[in-house]
Design a protein around this ligand. Structure first.
Ligand code: NAD
Length: 471
């Protein structure tokens, strides 16, 4: 075997990094290879993260508080946030700056930090037993293209608060935005006095490098935020994995709803960031008695109704040829999509709507673009059954507009979605106009729900025998 000088240097570097990692030493300097947590090679990145974690786990909790504070400060600085969201829109070609600003502030300001880690204890004649939320170690986190910066900021706050190090595997389509955020997180950690490379990623992520991460013995927990492929991949890895997968959230409207408000809420939720969020309304099911009035009010809120079935079929063939969503239209504006389809729409059009049968692709497929198929049903019970069918068992998100408590309760039980918003836009489920904290990793399939620091912690029991019962 021939090895050139560069090859030898690489091997020496890797061995030295492994020795440092084994000895619990974080690299003292950040050379070009590991600058601000970005590495050429996945093995190097994991070794550096492991070394950083060996250091981090021995540090006081006050460091974690400082790190979370610095991350919040960094990602709420106006110029920084504007740079990031503009970069995300430009790089991915998806979403819009205004809504991405809302999402960016929401996750930087409101993702729970250290306060999320509450211990539990039992005391009695036999002493004191403590249940603590302890770190896993190095977490491998796979991120989507649809919320690249939000996922990195949200996951960083949650996972670092819980005491972990992180290896991020960003989506290649949002690479520069993702790496920019990883660098900023590392700089925030450094400003707080934390170890270098606590959060790492690679310059050129590939399926192969994601595979290395998924099967590396030092990566103790996987967290995948994305479509069905990546959730399946982490759940097949043989490791503990958290899967935050796809949705197809229905919005169900019955005859008892405040129809004017329901129309506005649905349009606001479904057009938010051009329908990119996995929680956003993707189709409407409405009771016949109020369907015309709902559509009338949707139109008052910027919806453009397409009545010609052929035009709707052609639109479906354009945005989801052969039943697969075309990336060319994901996260684009309604006007952009209409123009591409040769449909003339007014300047203020926010979403394209059309009445369709339930089996139409514009109803069945998670399109992630401002197109809403609307299906009429005879009554609310039929509506609940259909909404459940259209959600495809993803257990992700559903919304319902109704004043009928029994119907709301029935829908909630039947659909079993992780988020169920009643009488509001879907984003109320993320704490924007609804109570509760935000997250950008909603773990439906694996059941952790709206993830936060405690999701990324191991439950450990610490027992002190015969003492410290002061009851
Ligand atoms: P995607 O599935 O195309 O990519 C997600 C990530 O997984 C990327 O980093 C990609 O490189 C990687 N990946 C994909 N297949 C893989 C495999 N087999 N092995 C290893 N890595 C793999 O997702 P996207 O298009 O960027 O995001 C949109 C999807 O994500 C939608 O379905 C949306 O509903 C879902 N999503 C879910 C949540 C949630 O919290 N549940 C949040 C955001 C997005």
């Amino acid at each position: 075997m021939n090895i050139d000088t560069a090859g030898i240097e690489a091997i020496v570097k890797r061995v030295m990094t492994s020795i440092d990692a084994a000895n619990g030493v974080a690299p003292a300097t950040q050379d070009a290879k590991g600058k601000d947590g970005i590495f050429d090679d996945m093995e190097d990145a994991i070794a550096a993260a492991q070394a950083a974690w060996n250091d981090y786990k021995m540090r006081p909790l006050s460091l974690r508080y400082k790190i979370i504070d610095e991350i919040r400060k960094t990602f709420t600085k106006k110029e920084t946030v504007e740079t990031i969201v503009n970069m995300a829109v430009e790089e991915t070609g998806m979403g819009n700056v205004e809504d991405k600003l809302t999402k960016a502030y929401l996750c930087a300001e409101k993702t729970p930090g250290m306060e999320d880690l509450q211990a539990n204890c039992w005391t009695g004649d036999e002493g004191l037993t403590l249940l603590e939320l302890s770190p896993f170690g190095v977490i491998g986190a796979i991120c989507p293209s649809t919320n690249p910066n939000e996922t990195i900021v949200n996951n960083s706050i949650s996972m670092l608060a819980a005491g972990n190090a992180i290896v991020f595997a960003p989506h290649p389509g949002a690479l520069q935005t993702s790496l920019y955020c990883v660098r900023l997180v590392n700089q925030a950690i450094a400003a707080a006095g934390g170890p270098a490379n606590l959060v790492v990623s690679t310059e050129h992520p590939t399926m192969e490098s994601a595979n290395v991460m998924m099967h590396h013995p030092d990566v103790r927990l996987l967290c995948a935020t994305g479509g069905p492929g990546v959730v399946h991949a982490v759940l097949s890895s043989g490791k503990k994995a958290i899967g935050a997968g796809p949705g197809n959230p229905p919005a169900l409207v019955d005859e008892t709803a405040d129809i004017e408000k329901a129309a506005k809420d649905i349009i606001d939720g479904c057009t938010f960031d051009n329908n990119l969020p996995c929680i956003a309304e993707k189709e409407v099911v409405v009771v016949d008695q109020v369907a015309d009035y709902l559509i009338f009010n949707m139109k008052k809120n910027g919806a453009f109704e397409i009545k010609d079935r052929k035009v709707l079929d052609d639109l479906a063939a354009m945005v989801a040829p052969d039943g697969r969503v075309s990336r060319d239209y994901v996260g684009k504006s309604a006007k952009y999509i209409a123009k591409a389809a040769g449909i003339d729409v007014p300047e203020d059009t926010r979403v394209l709507i059309g009445e369709l049968p339930a089996d139409h692709p514009l109803v069945q497929i998670e399109l992630m673009m401002p197109i809403l198929g609307i299906v009429r049903v005879d009554n609310v019970d039929e509506g609940i059954d259909l909404a459940c069918e259209l959600e495809h068992g993803n257990r992700h998100t559903a919304t319902m507009h109704s004043k009928n408590v029994d119907a709301l309760s029935k829908m909630s039980k039947k659909i079993a979605s992780t988020i169920f918003v009643k009488n509001g836009p879907s984003y109320a489920g993320l704490g924007a106009g609804g109570e509760g904290y935000p997250t950008f990793t909603i773990a439906g399939p694996t059941g952790e729900g709206l993830t936060s620091a405690k999701t990324f912690a191991r439950r450990r029991r610490c027992v002190l025998c015969d003492a410290f019962n002061i009851k």
